[in-house]
Design a protein around this ligand. Structure first.
Ligand SMILES: Cc1ncc(COP(=O)(O)O)c(C=O)c1O
Length: 405
């Protein structure tokens, strides 16, 4: 005999069905993102699907991610301190290694102090949202990195997005805002120094002047400048001779330093404040010991071998010449990031695929990472590329045809 049928609850529709629908829409717009899996370290040549290809798609600008001394330092730190820090810095995750790295980063950046975060993303998120809040305002360049944009949103301050690198627009917005708010309201101006997707450099001297005129705090994100531009790779702030005039300098350990992590460099008071108010510092497990040790050794190498940043810039200039000859407008002088703007996302993907066929890996960057209509290939150099590799990449761009899309 069959058991009696019991009426159960009606089968509800899958509440996550929107995921597949949205992914379908993203794919139809040519904007679907897929993760590539390399089978080797991030070096001038990488192994992808079993094939060696020339890599122009890594932020390992000084070739330090797989440098033997850096790798040894990470391994030794793992043996001594463990793979993870075990808890937040403010609990028991703080190690002498973190203190030493902070002191060395402060000396490198020419500031009184530095504070580590476990990524550059978290450094921006926590710092922007700690420095301004409701009743304050943040002025952010239109092409700033997503981590800055998210920090602005999280802060609940008024957000003013000024036109890219346009100091007149920034100045006018600061003046208008100052006229209508109480004097105790804080203004924070925040900008990338080397822009991550365009490779151009913010007009920092004029931005500093505008901030000083209006009593605004200035925060400069040197993620793509640290280790690459300025004297000894100290960044664009140092390169422009602005040491001491930028209150908040942010950097990453994940790009030229070849490790992982982020930091803020500034006064001891700023770092003490952030240690107490930046939620992404307080409530996050400390930087893993291998990453801290790797970054410390990478910093030693950068200071010992100042020719690395010089060579990265020379190779960028060499690639820029090739890209210009192939019809692309690239910044002059270039940092290590060179954009080849195409336009439509499908055209950027098609060019990336053609280049990969010819053995050159350059990633297509599409909205929302870059504005609509400016999909591009983002080419990056490493100081460890050879001249011949850079020439091969330039030739591949030329052979792939003029920019179109
Ligand atoms: C300008 C800029 N700021 C911050 C970050 C975040 O740094 P991280 O990758 O170390 O989290 C990045 C990179 O991804 C970046 O390009």
């Amino acid at each position: 005999m069959n058991p009696p049928q019991v009426a159960g609850p009606m089968q509800a529709a899958d509440p996550l069905a929107f995921c597949a629908e949205e992914v379908g829409r993203i794919e139809a717009a040519g904007l679907l993102r897929r993760v590539r899996a390399l089978q080797s370290a991030s070096e001038p040549e990488v192994t992808l699907n079993g094939r060696r290809v020339l890599c122009l798609a890594s932020n390992n600008y000084l070739g330090l991610a797989a440098h033997p001394e850096v790798v040894d330092a990470a391994a030794e730190a793992a043996r001594r301190y463990g793979a993870g820090a075990g808890s937040a810095r403010l609990i028991t995750g703080g190690l002498v290694l973190h203190d030493e790295l902070e002191a060395r980063l402060a000396a490198f950046k020419g500031t009184e102090a530095a504070l580590l975060f476990s990524s550059g993303y978290l450094a921006n998120l926590g710092t922007v949202s700690a420095l301004v809040g409701p009743g304050d305002a943040v002025f952010s360049d239109a092409l700033n990195h997503a981590s800055i944009i998210d920090g602005c949103r999280l802060s609940r301050a008024e957000v003013h997005v000024y036109r890219h690198a346009d100091v007149a627009d920034l100045d006018e917005r600061l003046a208008n805002w100052r006229r209508r708010v109480p004097t105790e309201s804080r203004a924070l101006v925040v900008t990338d120094s080397v822009f991550s997707m365009d490779g151009d450099i913010a007009p920092l001297p004029d931005i500093v002047d505008a901030c000083e005129r209006h009593g605004a705090i200035l925060m400069v994100d040197e993620a793509h400048a640290t280790g690459v531009v300025g004297p000894g790779g100290r960044g664009a702030v140092a390169g422009y001779g602005l040491d001491g005039r930028v209150g908040v300098v942010m950097g990453t350990l994940s790009k030229a330093f070849g490790a992982a992590g982020g930091f803020i460099a500034g006064s001891a008071d700023l770092c003490a404040y952030l240690r107490n108010r930046a939620r992404s510092f307080i409530f996050d497990t400390a930087l893993p010991p291998p990453a801290a040790a790797a970054a410390l050794t990478a910093l030693t190498i950068v200071e010992r071998e100042p020719e690395r940043p010089v060579r990265a810039r020379r190779l960028a200039t060499r690639l820029a010449t090739g890209l210009r000859a192939a019809g692309y407008a690239v910044p002059d002088p270039p940092a290590a990031v060179l954009p080849a703007v195409i336009g439509a996302p499908e055209a950027a993907l098609a060019l990336s695929a053609r280049l990969l066929d010819s053995g050159v890996l350059v990633t297509a960057i599409r909205p929302p990472t870059v504005p609509q209509g400016t999909s591009r290939l983002r080419a990056t150099v490493m100081s460890t590329h050879t001249d011949a590799q850079i020439d091969r990449a330039a030739a591949a761009f030329a052979a792939a045809g003029p920019p179109s899309g």
